[in-house]
Structures are given as structure tokens and as C-alpha cells.
Ligand binder design. Structure first.
Ligand code: F3S
Length: 770
């Protein structure tokens, strides 16, 4: 193989560096003197200091040097705003921006894209000009979904990439370690600062047997989600291995890794194999494949390596699955879901079937869905439900159009939407049901939290494979098992659908479609980035205040949240996405989806200064205006979902000093810690033993303390002067009857993070050090 192979065709001067990876792995292997998992090889291979870094899975923090950064347009705004405020001239590692989150699905691809370009003109302009100035590649709206573009162009075995989107792990399908982070982490890496990650544990998933029939790669992760649940992957990399791996296409492996985000995993990864080689060759990267062949030892796990947990799945026995509603880990075999739905009162009628998204929009996915659609069409049947298709990239769109799949999917009743996230992120102008009307939709997406797709909390969303979505959209009911049930043709003929088929990759080359990429000039220093001070979409950032040096006294409980509190509850997506670059405006969505434990209401909390009830952001603004700081109190796995730094930035902006919860979702801890913002230091959490968290109260103490913290309490957080890693803080809770309780607060801050807290934020700290 060639000695110097470019990381991508767009960066001819940045090379794949397997030698360094090998050297670092050798150093670590000598130190640890044990077989390594693949995850460990790639992660430790990117250590800033492989000789001295303390390595202990689940305990120590690693300082890493990722190879590249990717950002989607919603998160890139805040990341670029932060990068600009760092004052650096150019990004330190290859980085890209992808415009995929802001395109609303209304009538179809062409019109929707044209409208989005108009509506988001200001944001796209800002990102394009900031990208050009600071050396970041810019993928224009219409180019496709970030993770598909990464798979097609940037991911390769052994690379470490961080992306400001929770489904970044998609690249694990190409043997890469790709981790979803907050915008602030991206800023660190783009600024050339080592990036911190708690040394991940490794969950092994051993696959035996092989996929066949209606069972698809999606079913592997739907099954794994059912076993491990939405919290099961916290703090861990899920590493697939075993003889079953080779029966899965590269894009299928990407699907599995993509949806690993739903179990809270740091990321997921597959070992380098011939399926990846073929994919690399087909996407114009045969040279990387040849080099990977040479270094294949470091791109697979060592024999006898140890996993922290092991799950085994026999693909021969795996049945098609469908998960939901409202949570991606509620797994049902497709054969059972109809019966379960009847028992539970979930609407059986499927109103809309939606295929595509970053999870399932490969050439193979589209081919298999089309093969199902074709059988119905041949019998004169169309979809009973509405049916939409979101191609993952311009390349996929152009190729499935050329090869006739789009026509079949349209003929069966489908609407091909823009190459973008669309309904997956709530960018969906849905008209067929009213808000509040109970209904069922099935998607090939990855996430199905309440109201995610259409802002209707009564929509029952189920996630499954694109081929099952297609079958259910044709049948029009959840109570249909394509493996056993018959459809009726218009002439009365009863027929069964045959299992789907589809080529993994097109027999001809991919059709690249339109050129949608803007490469930054070699020197962007003379360029200007405009942010209009009148804009309601973009706002330059003001630094957060430094810590005063004193303990925090008389904090109000803004809200005590009941039950699930995902990033969608804390900072809703959909219509709010347009304010991603404007912290003050987007803060008007803070916690408006969370349930107030005091009255079970949403966005209705008591203002303890006035005695009146109001919306959460309004009360917070009132407290802030009156100099009253506050805390929010939550339950388990607070902040699960996206790498949404706004979920951490907004409370800080509106005056929060701490978030006190039973446990944090990993992604939210990272957001808060790295983000250099709010909860940073003062984030408080009640922790399940062994789980990552910021500051926590022991469970038994909580119990002893009765309901511990009540909505009308005030809280003091003490011990900040001696804030140190592993040393609990104290919360003194004052109840309204005058009684007091003291709780011990655990936290997970290390020295560096504590220095960020003291500086007011990590960005402040970066400036102090400059
Ligand atoms: Fe976009 Fe949905 Fe993926 S929002 S990045 S298509 S999970």
C-alpha cells in the first residue's frame, strides 16, 4: 500500500496515520500487559500521553487527540460561536459542518429544500462564512445527513472522530470510534486542546449465526436495546464481534452502531472486515482499504480480550423487531406487537410510515424497502398509510433515482423528502392528525421519545427496519406480520410478501448527484463572518461569570421534575431549532416539556417570589432579574438523548447554579462538564453507585430524608472552597416549615473540571491560560 494515504479526498494533505496508532497501542499494550479490545486499541491509540496516562476502565479520565470533528448545522452554530470567541485563527484538525437539521418536510424534497434555504439563509450564510474563515469544510443544505456523509467520505477503520450529534457512532460501522459530544467538546478539539473522556468500559456483543429473511441489521440493535435498556450502555463502548459479523453489510453495521446512542453507549464499533473493505472501495477509498489490510492487527480485538459485560445474540434465531412507543428500548417481535397494542390500547392503524434517516438510508435499505413495495405494486396495491422517504445523502438520492428504487417507492405512495433529517428531528409539517389525537406512526429512525417527530404527545411512534415500515405502511396496521400474514389484492387475491432483497451496494459506481460541498480556502484570515446584532437567530456569546469564591446560599428550587427528563424535555427541538445560535431566544424553551412534580403540569410552576404560577422560563427569568439563583431537581438518567449543549447552557443562562438529580445520562454530564457552562461545577446529582454523575446524594439518604427536596425549599450548597475530586459537597435543604436536612452530594469532577468551574467555564479557563 501507498505510504501516505489521504484521510479523505477533500483533505489531500492530512494522512491516515496507522503508524502512530500502532506505536501508541504498542506502548499501552506493554504497560497493561494484557490482550486489548478493539475499542481500547483505537481509544488508547489516540491518547495524548500513552506513556503516562492512567488507564482504568470506568474510572480514570483519558486525554485524547481525536483525528477530526464533524458538526451538524443546529449544533455547529453554537460551536462556531464559541470557536470564534476563543480568538484562534484556524481549526487544529480537519473539521466539517453539515446542513441537515433545519429542513422542514412539507411537500417533497425540491420545494422543501428551496424553502429551507430561504428561511435559514442567515444561518447557512453564517456557517458557510465561518467555515471558510476558520478552515472548516461546509456541506450545503441538500448534501445529506451528517452521519451518512461521514460514512461515505470521512470514517475509516481506526479513525477517532467526535461529532456534535448523538448519532455520530454511526461511523462504527466502518470500524471507527466516533463519539457524539456537545459543541463545546468540538471547540476544544478544534482549538487543539486534548479532549477528555472517562475511560470507557467495554460491552461485548457476540454475534453468531447469520442474518436472513425479514431480519435485518436494525433488529440486532432493537434487540440489544431491549436487553440493555436506555441506560445499559452508559459509560461503555459496545463492541460487536463473533462469526455473525461477516453476514452484516458495512452500512448495516453502521445502522447498529448508530442506534447504540439509544442505550446511552459512548459509541459502538465493529472490527475491520471484508465488508468494510468493499464499502471503502466502492466509495472511492481503495487506498485506505489497502492500508487497513496492512495494519489489520490493530483494527480488530486481541484474542481473549476481556469485556466488562457480554451479550450474545444468535442471528439465526433473531426475529424482526419493532420498538416503542415512546421509548426505543420497549422491544417487541413484529409477530407480537399487534396483540400487545390491542392489550395496551395503542392505536393499531398505522397513519404514516417513514423510512430513511441517518439510521437506515443506505442503498441496501432503500433496495430492500423497494423490493417489498414492488411486490405490493405488482398485485395492484399501494400503501394504506402515508409513506415518506428521506435519503441519507445526495449520493444515495441520485443513485436510488438512477436505479429505479425511488420510482417504486413513489409509485407505492411514497413522497421522497429532502436529503436531510426532516421528521426525524421534528422538522415535519404534519397535517393528517390534530395535536392531541392518538395515532400510530412507524419509522426506520432511531429515536421515538414523546412528541419527537411531530410535536404531538399522543403520537405513538415505533422504530423498526425500513422493510418492516414499508410492509406495515402497505398493510396499514400494526397488527400485521409479513412473515405469516396475507395481504389482499384489489382483485380479492390473497398473497404473502416474500422476504426483502437488496444489493448491499450498487453494481455500477455511485452517482454522486449534485456537488454540494464547499472547501475552505487555504487562507481565510481576510474573510469576514457577519453576525447581525439585530438577529433573532444568532447572537455572539458573553462569557459566564466566575465563581464568587463562596458557597452557594438561598438557592430556589425552580422545578422538581417528575419522571423522564430527556434533552427533548429540557430543550425541545422542532420549531426551537431555529434559535440554536441565539442563547437568549432559545432559552424560552427551557424545561417546558418537563412534568412539574408539584402539580403534574407541564410548563406550570410556582414563582415563589410572587406566589403566582407561570411558565418555567418566565419564572426563571423573574428570579434572575431579582438576583435569585436557583436549582432544578430531577430523577434518574436526567438528560438522556442528544448531545444537546443547549440543555446545559440554557439553565446557566437563566440563573441556575446546580442541577440535582438521581443520575445523569452520560451525554448530559459531558455536555455540562465540557460545555464550560452552567452546571459545570455546580451540577448536582444523586447517584446510583458506579454511574457517572456530577454531584450526588446517596440513595438511602434520600429515602431517610423523606422526599428530600420539596418544590418550595431553599438550598445551600456548601464545601465549594474545598471542592476536590472524589470529595462530596453538602446540600443544606431548608423546608418551608423551617426544618432543615443535610444531604451529601457526590460529584464526578476532576481537577481540570474544577478549574473550569472556578473560572466560570472551560472557555474562560482557556482564555486564562492563553
Ligand atoms: Fe438527523 Fe435523526 Fe439522524 S435528527 S442526524 S436523522 S437521528
Amino acid at each position: 500500500a501507498k505510504a501516505n494515504v489521504a484521510m479523505s479526498r477533500y483533505e489531500p494533505a492530512s494522512f491516515v496515520n496507522y503508524k502512530k496508532l500502532q506505536t501508541n497501542v504498542d506502548i499501552v499494550q506493554q504497560r497493561l500487559n494484557r490482550p486489548l479490545t478493539l475499542s481500547e486499541k483505537i481509544v488508547y491509540g489516540h491518547l495524548d500521553d500513552p506513556h503516562n496516562q492512567e488507564i482504568d476502565r470506568g474510572r480514570t479520565y483519558l486525554r485524547l487527540r481525536p483525528d477530526r470533528v464533524a458538526m451538524q448545522d443546529a449544533t455547529a452554530q453554537m460551536a462556531m460561536l464559541q470557536f470564534i470567541s476563543s480568538g484562534l485563527p484556524k481549526v487544529a484538525v480537519p473539521s466539517t459542518i453539515h446542513c441537515d437539521h433545519l429542513i422542514e418536510a412539507q411537500t417533497g424534497g425540491v420545494k422543501d429544500l428551496a424553502r429551507a434555504k430561504e428561511v435559514n439563509h442567515e444561518v447557512y450564510n453564517f456557517l458557510a462564512s465561518a467555515g471558510a474563515k476558520y478552515g472548516v469544510g461546509f456541506w450545503k443544505p441538500g448534501s445529506g445527513i451528517i452521519h451518512q456523509i461521514i460514512l461515505e467520505n470521512y470514517a475509516y477503520p481506526g479513525v477517532m472522530l467526535i461529532g456534535t450529534d448523538s448519532h455520530t457512532p454511526n461511523g462504527g460501522g466502518l470500524g471507527a470510534i466516533c463519539i457524539g459530544v456537545g459543541g463545546a467538546d468540538a471547540v476544544d478539539v478544534m482549538a487543539g486542546i486534548a479532549w477528555e473522556l472517562k475511560c470507557p468500559q467495554v460491552i461485548g456483543v457476540k454475534l453468531t449465526g447469520s442474518l436472513s429473511g425479514w431480519t435485518s441489521p436494525k433488529d440486532v440493535i432493537l434487540k440489544v436495546a431491549g436487553i440493555l435498556t436506555v441506560k445499559g450502555g452508559t459509560g461503555a463502548i459496545v463492541e460487536y464481534h463473533g462469526p455473525g459479523v461477516d453476514s452484516i453489510s458495512c452500512t448495516g453495521m453502521a445502522t447498529i452502531c448508530n442506534m447504540g446512542a439509544e442505550i446511552g453507549a459512548t459509541t459502538s464499533v465493529f472490527p475491520y472486515n471484508h465488508r468494510m473493505r468493499t464499502y471503502l472501495q466502492k466509495t472511492g477509498r481503495g487506498e485506505i482499504a489497502a492500508l487497513a489490510d496492512e495494519f489489520s492487527d490493530i483494527l480488530v480485538a486481541d484474542k481473549d480480550c476481556q469485556y466488562d459485560q457480554l451479550v450474545e445474540i444468535n442471528l439465526d434465531e433473531l426475529k424482526p423487531h419493532i420498538n416503542g412507543p415512546f421509548t426505543p428500548d420497549l422491544a417487541h417481535p413484529v409477530s407480537d406487537v399487534g396483540k400487545t397494542a390491542k392489550e395496551k390500547g395503542w392505536p393499531l392503524e398505522v397513519k404514516v410510515g417513514l423510512i430513511g434517516s441517518c439510521t437506515n438510508s443506505s442503498y441496501e435499505d432503500m433496495g430492500r424497502a423497494a423490493s417489498v413495495a414492488k411486490q405490493a405494486l405488482d398485485k395492484g396495491l399501494k400503501c394504506k398509510a402515508q409513506f415518506t422517504v428521506t435519503p441519507g445523502s445526495e449520493q444515495i438520492r441520485a443513485t436510488i433515482e438512477r436505479d429505479g428504487y425511488s420510482k417504486i417507492l413513489e409509485d407505492v405512495g411514497g413522497v421522497v423528502l429532502a436529503n436531510a433529517c426532516g421528521p426525524c428531528i421534528g422538522q415535519w409539517d404534519r397535517r393528517d392528525v390534530k395535536k392531541g389525537e392518538k395515532n400510530t406512526i412507524v419509522t426506520s429512525y432511531n429515536r421515538n421519545f414523546t412528541a419527537r417527530n411531530d410535536a404531538n404527545p399522543a403520537t405513538h411512534a415505533f422504530v423498526t427496519s425500513p422493510e418492516i415500515v414499508t410492509a406495515l405502511a402497505i398493510a396499514g396496521t400494526l397488527n400485521f406480520n409479513p412473515e405469516t400474514d396475507f395481504l389482499t389484492a384489489p382483485n380479492g387475491e390473497k398473497f404473502k410478501l416474500k422476504p426483502p432483497t437488496g444489493d448491499e451496494l450498487p453494481s455500477r459506481d455511485f452517482d454522486p448527484g449534485q456537488d454540494t460541498y464547499q472547501h475552505p480556502p487555504s487562507d481565510g484570515t481576510g474573510l469576514k463572518v457577519d453576525v447581525n446584532p439585530q438577529s433573532n437567530r444568532l447572537q455572539l456569546l458573553e462569557p459566564f461569570d466566575k465563581w464568587s469564591g463562596n458557597d452557594l446560599e438561598d438557592l430556589r428550587v425552580l422545578i422538581k421534575v417528575k419522571g423522564k427528563c430527556t434533552t427533548d424535555h429540557i430543550s425541545a427541538a422542532g420549531p426551537w431549532l431555529k434559535f440554536r445560535g441565539h442563547l437568549d431566544n432559545i432559552s424560552n424553551n427551557m424545561l417546558i416539556g418537563a412534568v412539574n412534580s408539584e402539580n403534574d403540569a407541564i410548563n406550570k410552576i410556582k414563582n415563589h417570589l410572587t406566589g403566582e404560577y407561570g411558565g418555567v422560563p418566565d419564572v426563571a427569568r423573574h428570579y434572575k432579574a431579582n438576583g435569585v439563583s436557583w436549582v432544578a431537581v430531577g430523577d434518574d438518567n436526567y438528560g438522556e438523548g442528544s448531545s444537546r449543549e443547549h440543555a446545559a447552557l440554557e439553565p446557566r443562562h437563566l440563573g441556575a447554579r446546580a442541577i440535582i438529580v438521581k443520575s445523569f445520562a452520560r451525554i448530559h454530564v459531558l455536555c455540562n462538564l465540557m460545555i464550560k457552562c452552567i452546571d459545570l461545577a455546580e451540577n448536582v446529582c444523586v447517584e446510583n453507585k458506579g454511574k457517572t454523575s456530577l454531584i450526588s446524594v446517596h440513595r438511602n439518604q434520600l429515602k431517610e430524608a423523606g422526599s428530600a427536596i420539596l418544590p418550595d425549599d431553599t438550598i445551600a450548597i456548601r464545601g465549594l472552597k474545598d471542592f476536590a475530586p472524589g470529595k462530596p459537597l453538602t446540600a443544606v435543604v431548608k423546608h418551608s416549615d423551617g426544618s432543615e436536612e443535610t444531604l451529601e452530594l457526590n460529584h464526578s469532577f476532576n481537577e481540570t473540571q474544577i478549574s473550569w468551574f472556578k473560572a466560570g467555564s472551560a472557555l474562560n479557563r482557556m482564555k486564562e491560560l492563553q
